[in-house]
Design a protein around this ligand. Structure first.
Ligand code: SF4
Length: 370
């Protein structure tokens, strides 16, 4: 089974080589609120820019400001290092103020044949729904014009089918994490989710389908860890932190963030008008810090806590991520009122001094577990 998991994770690790080999136009994206279906429907490859190879955040900080979250700085740093010189374009989404500034800085300082800034309302009401549908039509028109292609209703439906399939498979994978002894670790799960965003959904779906069949036949793992932890907050993919949680005798059972549940929850209605269905999906799934209604996010978090039988929550926010920082005091007080221990960790995407974070996690888990 380990080989199958590694094979899936390799999709993400080898994404640059694979993308460069493909003849199709490649479109990068930075927010999980990017309607990948529209890009797929134009027969292009949408893939996530992750910032994981961004090593020159200082250069990026000189263009933006050093008090930007390290995810945004690392993405720009990758761009400055020329990692995305091969891409045909990038779709940016108005998901938070820092990503808005990233769009401005990227398009002003780096060569890009095509870019699009998609506005995404922060509230859900009939007016915002209509506005967002209009935004999606603008995106479609702009892609059609730039690439001289036609995005048809049937190509959108096909793309919806493909993405829904990915979502369904990832949802099945996460069902295994609800078991008493999940047969799949938090580290593997996060990296499998990352692979689903690297642009090769058909390959990914096939590989994940095989892994799920093996998981179905093998059942639960032998190593029972009764203390169950949920991780939420900003962009997160730090292996050291995950290993610390898992090596302290706790079990990371769910990630309510963009490399976890938030990417693949729900389904786009395949039977409605495709543009309306895509608009409804991306507007309604946004149970993240960017929406105005924090109670909506909180209720979603409580639902996950119930479903995954969570004992404690680790709230990870990237430094300067005001979007997540602002929600934290309220979310913390509501969790504490319900008797759920919560630890706030503030860090960077590429953490240099991991030791003090490790100590805090170890102390938190030891004191709340026993
Ligand atoms: S980590 Fe926070 S500030 Fe940075 S891009 Fe995400 S939401 Fe915006």
């Amino acid at each position: 089974m380990k080989d199958m998991i590694e094979d899936i994770i390799k999709l993400s690790q080898n994404k640059f080589e694979m993308l460069k080999e493909s003849n199709k136009p490649k479109i990068g994206w930075i927010s999980i609120s990017t309607p990948e279906e529209i890009i797929h429907a134009a027969d292009m490859i949408p893939f996530r820019i992750t910032g994981e190879l961004g090593e020159h955040a200082t250069d990026a900080g000189a263009l933006l400001s050093n008090n930007y979250c390290s995810y945004v700085l690392s993405c720009l740093s990758e761009g400055l290092d020329g990692l995305y010189d091969f891409v045909d374009g990038i779709v940016f989404v108005d998901a938070c103020d820092m990503r808005k500034r990233l769009y401005e800085t990227w398009t002003r300082n780096l060569p890009l044949d095509y870019s699009f800034f998609l506005e995404l309302p922060k509230e859900i009401n009939p007016l915002s729904r209509e506005y967002y549908r209009m935004q999606l039509r603008r995106l479609i028109e702009s892609i059609e014009k730039q690439y001289r292609c036609k995005i048809t209703e049937s190509s959108l439906q096909e793309a919806i089918h493909l993405s829904n399939q990915t979502r369904r498979l990832l949802q099945r994978l996460y069902q295994f994490r609800k078991l008493e002894s999940p047969p799949i670790t938090g580290d593997d799960s996060i990296h499998i989710v990352k692979s689903s965003m690297c642009g090769f959904k058909s390959d990914f779906n096939g590989k994940l389908e095989q892994l799920l069949s093996t998981l179905d036949s093998e059942g639960e793992s032998d190593g029972f860890k009764p203390y169950r932890v949920l991780l939420c907050g900003s962009y997160f993919d730090n292996r050291d932190i995950i290993h610390t949680i898992e090596s302290c005798g706790a079990c990371l059972v769910c990630e309510d963030n963009s490399n976890g549940i938030k990417y693949f929850e729900g389904q786009i209605d395949p039977d409605s008008d495709p543009i309306n269905a895509i608009a409804d999906y991306y507007l309604e799934k946004c149970t993240c810090a960017r929406i105005v209604d924090t109670d909506r996010r909180l209720n979603h978090l409580f639902k996950l806590i119930d479903e995954y039988r969570v004992d404690a929550v680790i709230y990870f926010s990237l430094k300067f991520c005001d979007t997540n920082l602002m929600d934290y005091p309220y979310i913390r007080s509501e969790l504490v009122q319900k008797g759920i221990p919560v630890l706030h960790i503030e860090g960077e995407q590429h953490i240099e001094n991991i030791e003090n974070i490790k100590t805090r996690i170890q102390t938190f888990l030891e004191t709340s577990m026993y």
